[in-house]
Design a protein around this ligand. Structure first.
Ligand code: GLC
Length: 471
């Protein structure tokens, strides 16, 4: 029986690898990326692009397998697509930006890469996460290959600096978090996440820590000082103001409004009536907690967003205790957060009036579908990485078992629908490549947790960031 199951998993992995290999994009004869979906039954739209965020699990997987070429070429080519000078033209991407996706175009027999900074995406959403993922990936590449010289090349140092300048720039705002428009990350569509969404903040933190390691040897003081200054502020801001558990909910519930000045307890002027405290008080287990989706002026978005929470654990943005509490919550509210497919992109779904206001009546984001409470199998790898990081392997194994029993049979869909993720997503693509690579990556992380080092950071004191070039 055991042997039979083993063979099945083996076949499954073989099949997954075959699709992934077929999805590799070649540019001037070299592999440079992976298309978003290998679904020949539907019009490709922009699913024949290589999306930066979609490529991440594939990149980590290929690095683990020692197939460095693809990731190296990807980093080199996407760097060339980064605008290097700023123009005061609102419709032209600003300097430092990394595109959301790219594809190969062929004109008069000459191939070139065409970048998309959101121009071809629904609603022209801004892919803020791309430049953050790019730095995180560069760090992973250097860690895997131990080739720091790659990142020390002048064009790479310039690329990192431009990204850092873009993130650390002087602006109107006075929070340590990054202010972004709606749909600026994996949720690439309007979903009421404009402001300071958690996913962006967690990626920002990981990107700052990556850049700090990669830039340190180049010795650019201004940027390095800027990073050192921002890291502890960002970390404390998230740990203090985004955190929700029973204790914190009790504090929020008794918040007084309209306070101002240094001594204000309710710094963001959250009105307790704006949050569903009664439901939350029941839902939150005694030993559980999580980071809120967004915190801003009179705004506390209490939805649970999976990728932000998982990346916060992986990058040690959360404290050790908070990370354990998030895993406790997942365990206790398994049906809501994992259910029949790991895992929910966000919970709960916005319904009725909230759905209409948040999404602008988007028919794709109806309650419990797609970004609005759908289940995305790509999140499996981040759940398993967070489980490894917190020593909660049982959670990872349980999630893996669920995904492994369904994904291949359902032809590797992009997402699932329904409160429990039972239904294959209404408009889901089949053979979505980050579903496939996320599954394979999850397995590699389970086989050898040491691979986690490619993407994770320790709980070290960010105020005393290491002064060495050691990775
Ligand atoms: C959707 C998702 C986005 C993904 C893209 C390609 O727009 O929201 O996260 O990058 O599809 O798969």
């Amino acid at each position: 029986m055991e042997r039979e199951e083993f063979i099945k998993v083996d076949d499954l992995e073989k099949q997954a690898w075959e699709i992934l290999e077929k999805s590799i994009i070649k540019y001037q004869g070299r592999p440079v990326g992976i298309i978003a979906a290998y679904d020949t039954s539907q019009k490709s739209l922009n699913y024949d692009h290589c999306f930066i965020r979609d490529f991440v699990p594939s990149a980590l997987l290929f690095l683990i397998k020692g197939k460095y070429d693809l990731v190296r070429n990807f980093l080199e080519e996407t760097l060339k697509l980064q605008p290097k000078t700023g123009k005061f033209d609102a419709y032209i991407p600003t300097q430092g930006f990394i595109p959301g996706s790219f594809r190969v175009v062929c004109k008069d027999g000459v191939e070139s890469l065409e970048a998309d900074f959101g121009e071809h995406s629904i609603a022209r959403v801004t892919p803020v996460d791309s430049c953050l993922w790019w730095v995180i990936l560069l760090y992973a590449y250097v860690k895997a290959t131990k080739d720091i010289h790659f990142a020390l090349q002048p064009q790479f140092q310039e690329g990192i600096m431009l990204i850092m300048e873009l993130c650390l720039a002087t602006r109107f705002d006075m929070y340590p978090t990054l202010l972004v428009p709606d749909g600026a990350c994996m949720i690439y569509r309007r979903m009421g996440i404009y402001g300071y969404p958690l996913e962006i903040q967690a990626l920002f933190y990981a990107a700052l820590r990556s850049a700090r390691k990669l830039l340190i040897c180049a010795g650019d003081e201004k940027i390095v000082d800027g990073i050192d200054n921002r890291l502890p502020l960002l970390r404390n801001h998230i740990r203090d103001h985004y955190w929700i558990d029973r204790k914190r909910l009790n504090v929020i519930y008794r918040f007084k409004g309209e306070e101002y000045g240094e001594l204000a307890v309710n710094q963001f002027n959250i009105y307790p009536d704006s949050i569903q405290y009664a439901n939350l008080a029941i839902w939150l287990p005694k030993n559980g907690g999580y980071l809120a989706g967004n915190v801003g002026p009179s705004q506390l978005d209490t939805r649970f967003f999976a990728l932000g929470n998982m990346m916060a654990i992986i990058s040690s943005l959360t404290s050790e205790q908070q990370s354990q509490a998030i895993m406790n919550l997942i365990e206790e509210q398994w049906e809501d957060l994992v259910g029949s497919m790991p895992m929910k992109i966000c919970f709960p779904a916005a319904e009725k009036e909230e759905y209409r206001i948040f999404t602008g009546c988007d028919p794709r984001n109806i309650p419990w579908s797609y970004h609005n409470g759908g289940s995305w199998p790509v999140l499996l790898w981040s759940l398993i990485a967070a489980a490894q990081k917190t020593g909660r392997k049982d959670i990872g194994e349980r999630a893996w078992g669920i995904a492994q029993a369904r994904l291949s049979q359902d032809h590797w869909p992009e997402y699932y629908d329904g409160t429990r993720g039972v239904l294959v997503g209404k408009e889901a693509r089949r053979y979505q490549t980050w579903t496939i690579s996320g599954f394979l990556l999850a397995k590699e992380l389970m086989r050898n947790p040491a691979h986690l080092a490619l993407i994770s950071f320790s709980q070290f004191d960010v105020e005393n960031a290491s002064q060495s070039c050691e990775l």
